[in-house]
Structure formats: structure tokens, C-alpha cells
Design a binder for this molecule. Structure first.
Ligand code: 13P
Length: 253
């Protein structure tokens, strides 16, 4: 059975003290989680060690992920963080190809394929983001856009490799806008993505990969979104910055 996952993408938010407090507040509430739900927190890279220290000291069932990784192994890439560095910090997951990185940092399908490869080499599970902008949906190009994102950056992977990838469908028009995709829109795209996986690999693999929804997901709409057959959880932005909201979302399965 594929995993149910709720992952929090903190983006570039929180001071050190606030990050410490939020991690503490989340770990305090973990016993209220339904069983079988994997909770992941992805803080800014400068707080990753703080996060892994808290998880190890308290011995809690919380996984930590990074928000980005370099597609290069090592060398003269000022400001970048490598997969080897993340693995040295016991990172379990890393977000790849978030729409903000595609937009503001010009990340291409080819660069993202490299990032996915580096992570898998070091045993870190990529949370691979895909999703269309509003104009693409209005032009009815959303399926073609998501298909290209997934096939260009993931379909070079072997059966074994792709089984360690999580996919997050995040329609760009729903991110940070308060305008969530309808439950039907989410299910339709998730089923489309699962079918792509089935056509490229096989039905068993397609059935094993978790596909998360992201974009204005909150405690008020999570239950309806997660009730869909092909929605296996969420990648949460704004609502992951408050422990109560984040845990409520994880209780929505
Ligand atoms: P919001 O939940 O703030 O819309 O952000 C979603 C997101 O981008 C998660 O990666």
C-alpha cells in the first residue's frame, strides 16, 4: 500500500527562534496523528540540523526534508547544497522542482532530472513537484504541461529508482492564493499522473507511488481532497507554518 503523507514546505519563513518553537509545537502534537500517516517537515536549509537534532533527541516519528538540492556533485557552486551534504545530515526527503524554483531560479526539466538523480544516489527521496499555471489550464494545456514535466525529469529513471519518488501536483494558480483546486480537479489530475506511471512502468508501480496535492490546502478543505482515491496527502505551504493547522490537516485522512 502506498504511503499517506503530509509534508510541510516552510519556504523562506521563520527566524531561528520561531523555527525552534514550531518544531517543538509539532513534535508535542504527534501522538494525535492517525496511524499510517507520515508527517514530513521541510524547513529552510539553515534549520535542517536544528530539525534533525530535535527529532533524534526526542525520538519522534517526524521526517525532515530539504527544499532544494544542487544537480552537481561538488565544486565551485557558491551557495549551493549537495545531496552528499544532505545525506550527511540524515535527510530523508527533498523537494525538487517547486514552481517557485522553476519561476524565480529558472530551473529546467533537465536540471530537475539531475537533482532527482543526485538525491536517489544518496538514498534521499525526492518530492517532485509539477503543475500548470493559470493560462495553461485556461488553454486546456494542463495535462500536456504536467506530462512533459514528469516525463522529461523522471522517466529516465529505472523501475527501482522511480519507486522511491513522491510526486506532488501543485497547480501554480492555487499556490498561496487561497484558491484551491476543486476536489474533482485534483482527482482528475492525480488519476492522469498515475496513468502516466502505469503506461511508462506498470500498474503495480503506479499504485505504489504517493501523489500529494499542494495549493491552498488547509484544515477546512484537506478532508475532501484526501478522500479522493488518487490523492495520497498534501504538500502544505502557509498552513504548515502553524502547528495546529498542520496537525489538523494530517488528521484529515
Ligand atoms: P500554500 O499551501 O501556501 O498554497 O503553498 C503550497 C505550496 O507551494 C507547497 O509547496
Amino acid at each position: 500500500m502506498r504511503k499517506k503523507i503530509v509534508a510541510g514546505n516552510w519556504k523562506m519563513n521563520k527566524t531561528f527562534e520561531e523555527a525552534d518553537e514550531l518544531l517543538f509545537d509539532i513534535t508535542k502534537r504527534l501522538e494525535n496523528l492517525p496511524s499510517g500517516v507520515q508527517l514530513i517537515v521541510c524547513p529552510p536549509s539553515v534549520y535542517l540540523e536544528l530539525a534533525t537534532d530535535i527529532v533524534e533527541e526526542d525520538d519522534v516519528e517526524l521526517k525532515i526534508g530539504a527544499q532544494n538540492v544542487s544537480e552537481h556533485d561538488a565544486g565551485a557552486y557558491t551557495g549551493e547544497v549537495s545531496a552528499l551534504m544532505l545525506s550527511g545530515m540524515n535527510m530523508d526527503y527533498c523537494i525538487v522542482g517547486h514552481s517557485e524554483r522553476r519561476k524565480y531560479f529558472a530551473e529546467t526539466h533537465e536540471m530537475l532530472a539531475g537533482k532527482v538523480d543526485r538525491l536517489l544516489e544518496y538514498g534521499i527521496e525526492p518530492i517532485f513537484c509539477c503543475g500548470e499555471v493559470l493560462e495553461e489550464r485556461e488553454a486546456k494545456e494542463h495535462f500536456a504541461v504536467v506530462k512533459a514535466q514528469i516525463s522529461d525529469s523522471l522517466f529516465h529513471l529505472s523501475y527501482q529508482e522511480i519507486s522511491n519518488v513522491i510526486i506532488a501536483y501543485e497547480p501554480v494558480w492555487a499556490i498561496g492564493t487561497g484558491k484551491t483546486a476543486s476536489s474533482a480537479q485534483a482527482q482528475e489530475m492525480h488519476a492522469f499522473i498515475r496513468n502516466l506511471l502505469k503506461e511508462k512502468y506498470d500498474e503495480e508501480l503506479a499504485g505504489e507511488i504517493s501523489i500529494l496535492y499542494g495549493g491552498s490546502c488547509n484544515p477546512g478543505n484537506a478532508a475532501e481532497l484526501f478522500a479522493n482515491t488518487d490523492v495520497d496527502g498534501g504538500l502544505i505551504g502557509g498552513a504548515a507554518l502553524k502547528a495546529d493547522d498542520f496537525i489538523k490537516i494530517a488528521q484529515s485522512f
